[in-house]
Design a protein around this ligand. Structure first.
Ligand code: DHB
Length: 395
């Protein structure tokens, strides 16, 4: 027995992009249905990056999606770049008058789910999208399997693929699930969560001959740290002692505060942008449209920027029958996407040690880092990108 649901916008994916989009649409009186193959618990517990651009925090707050990011997150006015055993502060406030907020993505998701459910949003967990059809017609359709294994179809005026890097909706937009510009990197991050006080007031991005490390934070008692590793490493193959040795060797000049490591994961590095972001009445946002390597934490921030643009385009289409903002969406979104692609690639290549790096490469890299930290223009370039280029948030 197939169940068919009719709605204005079908959103595949209850991650930050899908949930925020449903929120912004609802504020304009546009009804949507959100589906996700994962359970609510799984979504709320997946560990992701922790840095929100100032614009992201402002949008979450102003739209009523999450005021906790601003109230409970920690404002960071700078970061430290560390190389050759010395730290160099990038003073965001002094350089660009902006900051970032440390507020983990899973907390944003919890806030968004809470708000959407309280407002009566139709969010269906455990519902797996199989394909999207009819992009070129007036009523595209999502074919899915519900939590009980029964077929579910969503008949809508527009379908949004907010379904992450393994997007099903992408096929309806680009013609294939992998259609895009792609780059892989010969390293990954080994991420840990540990019970310890912060080792430093601000985040440390450290380049060392042993590879990269990032000393991030979560709270007064829990810290998040990463070190560069081989992409095929088994997370369980290290003892806690070995993990501390690896981390410590990559942050020369700072003594890390150690504590019990209670979570470990390996994050692969990829850059990807789908060849197309929209086909007829189907569009892609967030990781379905693009993936960035984690250095600089652009992933979720970029998803929010897409959603602001697509939300506005859908309002024009569905409330005023004006297709122009939707026609402009791929080009407008692409500009920021490629700037973020560049920034994430640049931070990654400047800070990591490639397995085949020569002595020339190492010295050139230190030259590059010096060009950034010893020049106000260099520091400002980094600060502008890290805190986020201006968002056109006029709704
Ligand atoms: C974190 C992750 C990042 O990729 C980054 O650049 C900064 C912080 C984090 O998880 O805290």
């Amino acid at each position: 027995m197939t169940t068919t649901v009719r709605t204005r916008v079908a959103i595949i994916g209850a991650g930050p992009a899908g949930l925020l989009l449903s929120h912004l649409l609802a504020k304009s009186g546009i009804e949507s249905v959100v589906i996700d193959s994962r359970s609510r618990d799984e979504i709320e517990q997946t560990i992701r990056a922790g840095i929100l651009e100032q614009g992201t925090v402002e949008v979450l707050d102003a739209s009523g999606a999450s005021s906790r990011a601003l109230a409970e997150g920690h404002r960071h006015d700078g970061i430290e770049l560390r190389f050759e055993g010395e730290g160099h502060r990038i003073d965001f406030q002094g350089l660009v008058g902006r900051s970032v907020w440390l507020y983990p993505q899973h907390r944003v998701l919890k806030d968004l789910i809470e708000v959407r459910l309280a407002e009566g949003q139709d969010v269906r967990f455990g519902v797996t999208a199989e394909r999207v059809e009819g992009a070129e017609g007036a009523r595209p359709r999502v074919f899915a399997t519900d939590a009980d294994g029964e077929p579910l179809e969503i008949d809508a005026e527009f379908v949004v693929g907010a379904d992450g890097s393994r997007s099903v909706a992408r096929t309806a937009v680009t013609g294939s699930q992998t259609g895009g510009y792609f780059r892989e990197y010969p390293f990954a991050w080994f991420g840990i969560l540990c019970e310890a006080p912060p080792s430093s007031e601000e985040l440390i991005y450290s380049n060392s001959p042993n590879g990269f490390a990032l000393i991030s934070q979560r709270s007064d008692t829990v810290q998040r740290m990463y070190f560069q590793c081989d992409p095929d490493v088994d997370p369980e193959s290290f003892t806690e002692e070995e993990l501390w040795e690896h981390l410590q060797a990559r942050v020369p000049g700072t003594t890390l505060k150690e504590g019990h490591i209670f979570q470990r994961d390996v994050l692969r590095f990829r850059s990807f942008v789908a060849h197309e972001l929209r086909h007829g009445r189907v569009a892609l946002v967030g990781d379905a449209a693009h993936t960035v390597p984690p250095t600089g934490a652009k992933g979720m921030n970029l998803a929010v920027a897409d959603v602001i643009l697509l939300g506005r385009a859908l309002r024009a289409l569905l409330l005023e029958n004006d297709e122009r903002p939707l026609d402009a969406y791929p080009e407008t979104a692409s500009r920021r996407i490629w700037k973020a692609q560049h920034f994430s690639w640049w931070m990654t290549s400047m800070l990591h040690v490639a397995p085949d790096a020569t002595d020339f490469d190492r010295r050139r890299q230190v030259g590059e880092l010096r060009s950034v930290v010893e020049s106000e223009a260099g520091r400002r370039f980094l600060a502008e990108a890290y805190t986020g280029w201006p968002l056109d948030t006029a709704l």
